[in-house]
Design a protein around this ligand. Sequence first.
Ligand code: ATP
Ligand code: MG
Length: 434
Amino acid sequence: LDPQMQAALPVLLRLEEAGFQAVFVGGCVRDLLLGLPLHDVDIASSATPEEAMELFPDAIPTGLRHGTVTVRHGGRLYELTTFRTDGEYGDARRPDEVRFVRSLEEDLRRRDFTINAMAMDRSGRLTDPFGGQADLRNRTLRAVGAAEERFAEDALRLLRGIRFAAVYGLSFAPSAWRGLKAGREGMRLIAMERVGAELDKLLAGGGLARGAALLAASGLADRFKEPIPALARAAGACSAHGRGLAAPLQAASRLQRPDDGWAALHLLLGLTADQAMQGFADEAKMSFATLRFSLARQERLAAVLAFHAGVQRLGRDPQRDGLARLVLELGEEPVREGLAFLAAAERAGLAPQLFPAGAAPPAALLSGWLEQLPARTLKELAIDGRLLQRQLGRRPGPWLGPLLKRLLEAVMLGEAPNETEALAKLAVSWMEGE
Ligand code: ATP
Ligand code: MG
């Protein structure tokens, strides 16, 4: 067993001691067999949610209707799900009703792919009724049961399939591939939030290039033309008649933070499409809003795109003042976001691709300059509004903001020292001059 599974053993034991069956299921079993690090450990058991809540009184009833409670143990959270079968799917999204069952095999049958339909007990014994282990060994993605039906039940499985194939380097079994193509209309039915979460996992798992190729080959890419045009274009670029973007997309696949992937995707496909950058920034913003990203996240992404445009203006031989102006224009935090992206792009070998003229100033150089700036924000300025009012003997008013900004600019551009007295004098001289 993996150390993370070891850590969860007391939860299994507690259930077993109470007479229930309890096993590890899903992604953790799959990743363990692949020799990959586990990110979360899911547990399934024959205990109903009520029975589970009795055994773990401080469990959080996160999804009682679907049989899920979240158990806290040793500082970690575990999803504990009751063995269940799914009832009818009325809307290709969620089962209308679930039925709790006492049999593990019945529970495994409702799962999407054979590689996800395995369970492991606490001694490491595998339950694998659909040949998931063999499929993993042969690098095959196969639906549990009739693929076409399974995709029709829940269209999210289309995207999950693409993700698993792309991230783990699996080939679709012929039946699964046919099912995917037959079910692609279902894409329209998936809530955009779920699409976003799935694509995030695709990006985090390094599956962008392979995923784009699979979207193209399956015809699923067409469904993205409207909501996420850059992704549809990426798919086009990976198909046989593409614009030769496959290599940069490969490099972009090495980015590990989903947001870096999203930014790179839009920058790459913006640049080669040879359209105005502004148009692409707007398009990117639309996509991120469509994917229901949080506002904070949308702002961070917009900052990275704005930073990229700004850095491009700095050119191949950037000056410290240029960076200072960028900080004045965008703000310190957005510049830090942008620098983190630039550094990640460098590590992925993607930086040259993001700057068509090859004018990518190294992130380390820009970061060094940022740290050296005598101030980056009004907070760091050696004078504040209150002091200025006192020095100038004026009441607070709309004159104050612009004056502070001007002082910050003077400090950041090296025209004045960041010292209270000098700044007060400078302000006085400006006011007298007007
Ligand atoms: P990862 O955690 O790496 O994203 P995972 O396979 O664990 O992958 P989860 O969303 O955590 O994915 O789901 C846990 C398990 O629940 C899956 O392994 C699968 O058995 C089952 N499952 C999840 N979503 C679906 C679905 N849409 N249809 C059928 N089974 C699903
Ligand atoms: Mg999981």
